[in-house]
Design a protein around this ligand. Structure first.
Ligand SMILES: [Zn+2]
Length: 80
């Protein structure tokens, strides 16, 4: 963690556009998957990720915390 205090950068909530200080914003990785060949099921899909930020109340409202938890679990299960 970076230790620099001081003025926090403001980020705007993806949902309500409110300005939220970085420390209070909930970071969320939005994934979009482009599949180029569904028939073979090969590794041809391209995943593009974009980081968006939500304020706490929007994050709660949209279940972002749950999604993040699930994503972490999936990441752990993939270790095979
Ligand atoms: Zn919001």
């Amino acid at each position: 963690m970076g230790g620099s205090r001081g003025r926090e950068r403001l980020l705007s909530c993806e949902s309500c556009r409110r300005q939220v200080p970085r420390g209070k914003a909930v970071e969320f990785e939005k994934r979009t998957v482009f599949s180029t060949d569904l028939r073979t099921g090969d590794n041809v899909s391209e995943v593009s990720t974009r980081t968006v930020y939500y304020c706490i109340s929007c994050a709660k409202h949209r279940g972002i915390f749950e999604i993040k938890k699930r994503q972490m679990q999936r990441r752990n299960e993939r270790r095979s």
